[in-house]
Design a protein around this ligand. Structure first.
Ligand code: NAD
Length: 416
């Protein structure tokens, strides 16, 4: 094995290779300090990033040990441990993630069925992460998906994709949970409660045992109930546990409005709020296109039957999943793109506004339940909810939606 050691110095997109100076001081005097991050390239081709003296020292101390093990065993345990240690220290110095032990380049997926595997595929293509761990109750399913998705890597960006277990994901920046039964034709999302609460109780117990520090993103249904369950059982602070909520429904809403108005759906600003399910609400009173109210814009595009169009579009959004499930038994591409978008907001600390599901804290008089409201999402999870203005009718429906969810949640939590 080629055990040559060198540094790869990064300056913008350019790299330069140098041999290893003995101290950080020597390193700094010999090389231009404008470089802000330093990357050690280990003999296996992996990058180890460090940015200060402490981390550099740790690296030098560990080189003899690394060398010893590399020669004997190839990719060795101590080498991967070393890498974890250094990345952990680096994470501490990053303002955007004050959470120790979190590797911002690592994502985990629990549940690798239609939704989990499609989301992994979307994440692989995004180039956002350099490591992705897949967990499923059926190990072969996770392993097969990991292999299949990995074979697309020559057309994307390098990363490690593998099937693993809970010990492999303790440092993941984002843990996504899609595990659980999906809706069968005719079944509502709330019908899934019993089966999936049981599965999620056991998943949260595994996460709590390992004191994870990343962000927990719940996708399995009923997503609002399972998010509330995870907030109670995962051991994480509430802002770091949230659900994909109505991010998908909002995307469907924007897509249909874009089609109706013959404009780019990204120029539509409109939200579906409340339950991700039958009691969800289209927030028409705040919907607009580039600041122009939705009805005014409709008229500019030759549509005057507002009431009729609003009912049709809101129904199409609400029934989209039923319609797709009746035709192909599952929905997964739309949610996969939603998962990718949520991860992007977290990893890039975007503070974008997404209708994720999180705990209500008195907004519109609602407490004690998770549901979707526009929220600022960044590196630390849900920063704050955005109090959009709602009509009296919309407020009433939101409170009804919350009450429906609360009842289901209380029943689910009281069930043994
Ligand atoms: N939030 C959304 O917008 C949205 C959209 C679509 C689907 N979903 C939901 O996502 C979930 C998954 O849907 P799907 O179509 O992928 O279902 P699926 O049946 O194809 O996959 C579920 C996977 O979970 C695994 N699993 C079950 N118990 C597990 C456990 N304890 N640990 C690890 N893995 C376990 C199963 O082996 C299976 O591979 C469903 O609840 C579905 O309703 C949510």
């Amino acid at each position: 094995m080629n055990a040559k050691r060198f540094f790869k110095i990064k300056n913008g997109e350019n790299y330069r290779l140098i041999s290893i100076p003995k101290t950080f001081e020597e390193f700094k005097t010999n090389f231009d300090t404008k470089y802000d991050s330093f990357v050690y390239k280990d003999p296996e081709g992996d990058d180890i990033v460090f940015s200060n003296e402490e981390e550099y020292g740790l690296l030098l101390d560990l080189i003899p040990e690394m060398k010893k093990h590399i020669k004997i065993t190839g990719i060795s345990e101590p080498l991967s441990q070393t890498k974890k240690k250094i990345l952990k220290t680096a994470a501490k110095t990053n303002d955007d993630s004050s959470h120790p032990g979190v590797n911002l380049r690592k994502v985990a997926m629990i549940g690798c069925g239609f939704v989990g595997s499609a989301s992994c595929f979307a994440l692989m293509q995004s180039g956002m992460f350099s490591e992705m761990v897949l967990i499923d109750a059926d190990f072969n399913k996770a392993d097969g998906e990991a292999l299949d998705i990995s074979h697309g890597l020559p057309f994307a960006k390098p990363m490690k994709i593998y099937a693993g277990n809970y010990d492999d994901i303790t440092d993941a920046a984002i843990i996504i949970v899609t595990a659980g039964a999906n809706q069968k034709p005719g079944e509502t999302r709330l019908d899934l409660v019993k089966k999936n609460v049981k599965i999620h109780r056991s998943i949260n117990a595994e996460l709590k045992k390992r004191k994870i520090n990343g962000i927990l993103l719940i996708v399995a249904n009923p997503v609002d109930i399972l998010t509330s369950v995870a907030q109670k059982l995962s051991g994480l602070p509430p802002e770091r546990v949230f659900g994909s909520g109505t991010v998908l429904d909002t995307a469907r809403f924007k897509y249909l409005l874009g089609e109706h108005l013959a404009i780019d759906s990204r120029s539509v600003h409109a939200f579906i709020i409340g339950e991700h399910g039958d009691s969800e609400i289209a927030a028409w009173s705040s919907a607009n296109v580039s600041g122009i109210s939705i009805n005014e814009f409709c008229e500019m595009r030759g549509h005057f039957s507002h009431e009729e169009s609003m009912i049709r579009i809101a129904d199409e959004v609400k029934n989209a999943a039923y319609q797709i499930i009746a035709k192909k038994h599952a929905t997964y591409y739309g949610i996969a793109m939603s998962v990718r978008r949520i991860c992007e907001c977290i990893i890039r600390n975007e503070k974008s506004i997404l209708s994720v599901s999180s705990a209500m804290d008195g907004q519109f008089g609602i407490t004690g339940v998770c549901l979707s409201m526009p929220a600022v999402v960044g590196a630390n999870g849900v920063e704050t909810l955005v109090p959009i203005s709602l009509s009296d009718k919309e407020k009433e429906k939101l409170v009804e939606s919350a009450n429906t969810l609360k009842k289901v949640l209380n029943d689910a939590l009281n069930e043994k």
